[in-house]
Each structure stands twice: as C-alpha cells, then as structure tokens.
Design a protein around this ligand. Structure first.
Ligand code: HEM
Ligand code: HEM
Length: 189
C-alpha cells in the first residue's frame, strides 16, 4: 500500500483528492457561470442552494488536501523539465491549491454579507438572517466578496487551462509518466 508520495508512485490519497476536487471544481466553475447568467427565479434559488452545498463540501476536501500536502510536500517531478518550467508548474500548483479554498471562502463571505445562510443539502450550518428584524446587508463586504468570487473564477480558469495543457504536453509530447502517475500508476524514476 502506498501512503506516501514517491517519485515513482503517488499515494491513493493524493490521487483521489486530486481527481475528486478537479472534477468537482471544474463542474462548479461551469455551474457558477450558468447561474450568473440566469434571471432571478425560484429555480435559480434551488440551484444556488446546490452550488453553495457542493462548494462547502469542496472546501472541506480542499482543506484536507492542503494539510495532506503540508504533511507530504509537493510531488517531485517525473519528467526532464528545466528549472524554469518546474518553477512555473510549482507556482501554478500552489495557485490551484489556494483557489480551491478561496473560491468557497469568498462564497461564504457573500452568503454572510447578504444573510442568505449556509447549509449542505439542508444540513444547516448558519441560519439565514435576511428578512428577519434588524438585519442589514453588508453591501460593501458582499460586493467585494462577489468581485473576488467572479475574478477568482477567471484566474482559476486560466490556471486550469495552463495546467491541463502541461499535463497533455507531458503525456503526448515529452511522453513521460507525469499524467500516468496522477492516474495512480507506478512510473519509472
Ligand atoms: C468550488 C467552489 C466554487 C466555485 C468554483 C464557484 C464558482 C462560481 C462562479 C464561476 C460563479 C459565477 C461568477 C459570479 O457570479 O461571480 C459563482 C457565483 C456565485 N457563487 Fe460560487 N463557487 C464556488 C463556491 C461557492 C460557495 C461555497 C458559495 C456560498 C456559500 C458560493 C456562492 C455564490 C454566489 C452567491 C454566486 C452569485 C450568483 C449570481 O450571480 O447570482 N459559491 N460561483
Ligand atoms: C482534466 C483536468 C486535469 C488534469 C489532466 C490534471 C493533471 C495533473 C497532473 C498530471 C498532475 C501531476 C503533476 C506533477 O506530477 O508534477 C497534477 C497535479 C496537480 N493538480 Fe491537476 N489536473 C487536472 C485538473 C486540476 C484542477 C481542476 C485542479 C484544481 C482546481 C488541479 C490541481 C492540481 C494540483 C494542486 C496538483 C499538485 C499535486 C496535488 O496537490 O495533487 N488539477 N494534475
């Protein structure tokens, strides 16, 4: 069993967290952009609840993953990249790790500012206060958090395009084991 990441093989934890978060996050980006374009309606409210619930679950997994990375370090490169490419790859990986936390955190800030509450598929974490007596929305916080959420989405889309292009290049052009290792396979050192 592999509990630690090595140059020839990544742990199941690393592989599972990578793919669950990767798929979940990319779906959430598309889902969020779809919601943004949608006019106000009761259906939008239901979908927004799903967006928030899934985002909170991703936050939990992303936080666990960062602890896992702090305990294990970042995976050592498999390929024969030069120093520059390694630095760029490392910086993009860190940006991706931060973004998977910052997107849900800015979402939570929006929900807090507008008093819309937080729940995970009906399991209430913070009750909605909007519409209750004495509640005043924090428009300044909500607006800034919303801008961060919207801008963050595009920064993440850019980083993911670069990241996926690099993965394809490693697999199809350099033909090293970078992608296969993230698929959980053992690769030559
Ligand atoms: C994986 C995490 C998440 C991703 C990738 C994500 C992505 C997005 C994107 C791309 C948008 C559209 C851009 C925009 O309107 O600014 C959006 C909108 C939004 N998201 Fe998220 N989001 C995530 C988590 C959350 C969480 C946890 C919450 C709240 C608890 C949240 C609340 C919202 C709200 C309130 C909107 C505005 C919808 C509208 O424009 O009417 N998001 N999200
Ligand atoms: C189809 C989409 C994706 C592919 C093919 C892919 C592929 C890969 C590969 C091959 C690695 C290993 C890099 C190395 O060995 O140095 C990796 C690492 C990584 N990827 Fe992705 N990735 C995808 C989507 C994503 C997304 C959406 C995120 C974040 C939102 C992400 C975040 C990371 C991070 C943080 C690492 C560093 C190692 C780790 O913490 O797991 N990836 N990815």
């Amino acid at each position: 069993m592999s509990f630690k990441d090595t140059t020839t093989r990544l742990s199941r934890t690393t592989v599972a967290l990578h793919w669950i978060i990767a798929v979940g996050f990319m779906v959430m980006l598309a889902f969020g952009l779809y919601l943004e374009a949608m006019p106000r309606s009761p259906e939008k409210g239901v979908l927004m609840g799903m967006h928030k619930s899934v985002g909170l679950i991703i936050l939990g997994l992303a936080a666990l993953r960062i602890l896992w990375r702090l305990a294990n370090g970042m995976p050592q490169p498999v390929g024969r990249d030069g120093k520059g490419a390694r630095i760029v790859a490392g910086a993009v990986h860190i940006l991706l790790l931060i973004g998977t936390v910052m997107m849900p955190v800015s979402g939570i800030m929006m929900a807090t500012a507008y008093g819309t509450g937080l729940d995970i598929f009906g399991w209430e974490l913070v009750a909605a206060t909007r519409g209750t007596e004495g509640f005043v929305a924090n428009e300044a916080l909500g607006g800034r958090a919303g801008a961060l959420h919207g801008l963050g989405a595009w920064v993440m889309i850019g980083a993911i395009v670069l990241h996926v292009a690099a993965a394809i290049k490693h697999h199809s052009v350099s033909r090293d084991g970078t992608l296969r290792r993230m698929m959980g396979r053992s690769v030559g050192a």
